[in-house]
Design a protein around this ligand. Structure first.
Ligand SMILES: [Zn+2]
Length: 452
């Protein structure tokens, strides 16, 4: 019987096998029942069309991922620039603070100096007035004395006396003694008064000189303080300007980073939408495979062809030491995962053989290296009892549609085609129920890891 089956029948004959006796089977099965080849070709064409779109999406995704990575690098660089500028602003802040307190101190000093100067100037004014009064009084006393001396003692050396009286040395001992021996008691009294006035004048003039010197010193101090104030104010204003320009630099850098973040968010949203769309496309493929199984697969309750040597117990699809990297159920992003992912312990999965979990016939084999909704290269084996197994992401599918394979027979090598982050075998079990519906079931119900 095996020899007489043509490729058009490979998916359909199990359903009717039980009902037909062996004597008529070869005649009946050689007649064309359904155009399975045409359906397969149509399906492959749809795959190819969709695959082109997906490849385009993949390229866009790669560009987006590149942009995201660039944006993150830029944001990191901007953030470190911002924090360095902010620390410069902090330094300028404390410099401005110091300069302001220095300016305050200088200004208080200037105020003090100005009030000192005002006090000295008023002192000088007072002393000036006192000097003027004293000089006026002296002049009066001197004139009185001169008149008297001219009247009473014109003895020839009056010019000497006059000279002595005008002299500031009147109080010197010898001058005084000389005069006292020559004048009357009342005149001596006048001379004493003059002496006192001359002393007072000397003291006042001395004080005036001291005050003028103090005034000069204070004025010099004031000039110094004003110069200091000017330079401190210029320094403070330059610091403020520098700080202002740094602040505007920070704000423009923050705006730049913000706009990058905004575009990053947008791109990230687009990225997520694309991922979602691709998962939906994968789901669509799974449904199409279900449709294909509905049309061509065996149903639960069917008796497998003897050539399949179906022993009713599936084997683990690899023979090397392996583990399940992602179980049936959900991907980490929450979307459904209809199979189990099997990897080699130690990470060297790529290039290693995978095998038929059960004997059966190959009903789908795609080895074009394309995306194929994320499966990459993959094949489906119908085991004749309503169960089908699917093997995906292969670097090379080594069977062809219609080929009968034995349980444990090598059917391909593990690769990283389609939607993968690394090489692994994606393994699925589907069951075509007796009502024709297809269930994608947990492979763990059928296979046990015998290599662990
Ligand atoms: Zn998987």
């Amino acid at each position: 019987m095996k020899l007489k089956i043509n490729r058009r029948l490979i998916f359909r004959f199990f359903a009717v096998l039980v009902a037909v006796c062996c004597a008529f089977s070869s005649m009946l099965f050689s007649a064309p029942v359904v155009s399975a080849d045409q359906e397969l070709e149509d399906l492959q064409n749809q795959y190819d069309d969709l695959q082109k779109k997906i490849e385009k999406n993949q390229k866009e995704l790669q560009a987006v991922q590149g942009d995201i990575s660039d944006a993150k690098t830029k944001i990191n660089a901007l953030n470190s620039e911002i924090s360095s500028i902010n620390s410069q602003i902090g330094i300028l802040d404390s410099r401005i603070g110091l300069l302001n307190s220095k300016i305050n101190t200088i200004e208080a000093g200037i105020q003090q100096t100005n009030s000192d100067i005002a006090e000295i100037e008023s002192n000088i004014e007072i002393v000036d007035t006192q000097i003027n009064e004293t000089q006026f009084l002296m002049q009066d006393t001197r004139e009185q004395l001169m008149g008297r001396l001219r009247e009473n003692y014109m003895t020839g050396d009056a010019s000497t006396i006059e000279m002595l009286l005008s002299s500031k040395d009147l109080s010197s001992y010898f001058t005084r003694k000389e005069l006292m021996t020559r004048v009357s008691e009342s005149d001596a009294q006048l001379i004493k008064e003059l002496e006192v006035k001359i002393d007072a004048l000397n003291t006042l003039e001395e004080k005036l000189n001291e005050d003028k010197q103090a005034l000069n010193e204070k004025n010099a101090q004031l000039e110094e303080q004003k110069t200091d104030l000017e330079s401190s104010k210029a320094d403070e204003s330059a610091s403020r300007q520098e700080q202002q320009s740094k602040k505007s630099a920070v704000s423009s850098k923050q705006m730049e980073a913000q706009s990058l973040l905004n575009s990053l968010d947008k791109e990230s949203a687009e990225y997520k939408a694309t991922i979602k769309r691709q998962r939906q496309e994968q789901e669509q493929l799974s449904k199409q495979i279900d449709e294909y199984i509905k049309a061509h697969g065996s149903s639960t309750g069917d008796t497998p062809d003897a050539s399949y040597e179906n022993d009713g117990k599936m084997a683990w699809p690899v023979k090397f030491q392996s583990y399940v990297s992602c179980a049936y159920g959900r991907y980490s992003d929450g979307s459904p995962h209809w199979g189990m992912d099997i990897c080699a312990v130690g990470g060297n999965s790529r290039g290693r053989a995978f095998n038929a979990a059960q004997g059966g016939k190959v009903i789908l084999a795609v080895n074009d290296g394309n995306w194929n909704y994320g499966f990459g290269n993959y094949c489906v084996i119908d085991h004749g009892d309503g169960k089908q197994t699917l093997y995906a992401h292969s670097d090379n599918i080594q069977v062809y549609v219609g080929q009968v394979v034995k349980k444990g027979q090598q059917i391909g090598i593990i690769g990283a085609t389609g939607n993968v982050t690394g090489p692994h075998l994606h393994f699925e079990v589907r069951v075509k129920n007796s009502d024709g519906s297809v269930s994608r079931v947990n492979p763990a119900y059928y296979v046990t890891n015998t290599t662990a």
